[in-house]
Design a protein around this ligand. Structure first.
Ligand SMILES: [Ca+2]
Length: 279
């Protein structure tokens, strides 16, 4: 190989390696380090760009509120790698005096003893928190709840898929689902399912606990939502929860499942994770 050919090959190779720097809507990943909030919870980067929101092309299931499939552009943001744990929530309660998680309808499903938790509960997702508790935690941590579109993109990646890991039907190696209540062991420690993580590296986006997102629920929102950074309706009576929980079966744990919930309800199936703008 002549020097000239070698030089050309080297230049070509360097250009190839740099090509992500020039790709539209894709910030150079190496230069973007995920930040963390005050809670120290690890976060992952979700790069700017479009993704298909709603029921994938060719699939005929899903609720009416999950149609039409539509492309949504979302700016770069960070999202918690894991659901917020009881251990982190306890730090928030201690720091702020915020009320403890409590299931007012079914006290047998409380897992906290006052403001004390067992060691084995610390890494499991917090439950018995309403939308306002979730919002308060994220604000304390210097973060915010993800929008519904951000949540779906973090779970799905940039192309159609039914589950965070792809289109393979769910098994107990992918997620915590299809369970009966047995106390704290109903919930799995966050990040237990390597096989179930999303294309952006977020864990438990399907199963373990449902997750509050910021948006008000509107069954017809997809018919009119803005194509860029949709934030949900301005007002409403119900908030959206996403991702399904430990008690749900296969159809419900699909990424695109949308469910509405009274924002003041505190139950044993719903927790949350936080997001953060990329600065
Ligand atoms: Ca979850």
């Amino acid at each position: 190989m002549s020097v000239r050919v070698l030089l050309a090959a080297t230049v070509f190779s360097v250009l190839l390696n740099m090509s992500p720097l020039f790709a539209a809507d894709q910030p150079p990943q190496a230069l973007l380090t995920p930040q963390t909030g005050k809670d120290g919870a690890p976060m992952v980067v979700v790069q700017a760009g479009s993704f298909p929101m709603g029921v994938p092309h060719g699939d005929r299931d899903g609720g009416r509120d999950e149609y039409p499939r539509h492309d949504v552009f979302v700016d770069t943001f960070f999202i918690d790698k894991f659901e917020v744990t009881n251990g982190r929530y306890l730090e928030f309660v201690k720091a702020t005096g915020h009320r403890v998680p409590q299931n007012s309808k079914n006290p047998t499903r409380n897992l906290w003893q006052g403001d004390t938790i067992s060691d084995s509960l610390a890494d499991r997702p917090v439950i018995n928190v309403d939308w306002f508790d979730a919002e308060a935690y994220c604000a304390w941590a210097g973060k915010r709840l993800p929008t519904e579109a951000e949540w779906e993109k973090a779970a799905k990646g940039t192309a159609d898929r039914r589950f965070p890991w792809g289109n393979v039907e769910p098994t107990l190696k992918h997620l915590n689902f299809n369970q009966q209540w047995v106390g704290e062991k109903t919930l799995m420690p966050v990040g237990s399912y390597e096989l179930g993580k999303s294309p952006f590296g977020a864990y438990d986006m399907a199963g373990n606990v449902w997750e509050w997102v910021n948006d008000w629920y509107d069954a017809r929102y997809y018919e009119k939502s803005p194509a860029k950074n949709p934030k949900g309706p301005d007002t409403g009576t119900k908030k959206v929860i996403r991702g399904a929980g430990w008690q749900n079966e296969t159809p419900t744990v699909r990424i695109f499942t949308r469910v509405d919930s009274d924002p003041t309800i505190r139950n044993e199936s719903t927790g949350f994770r936080c997001a953060l703008d990329a600065k």
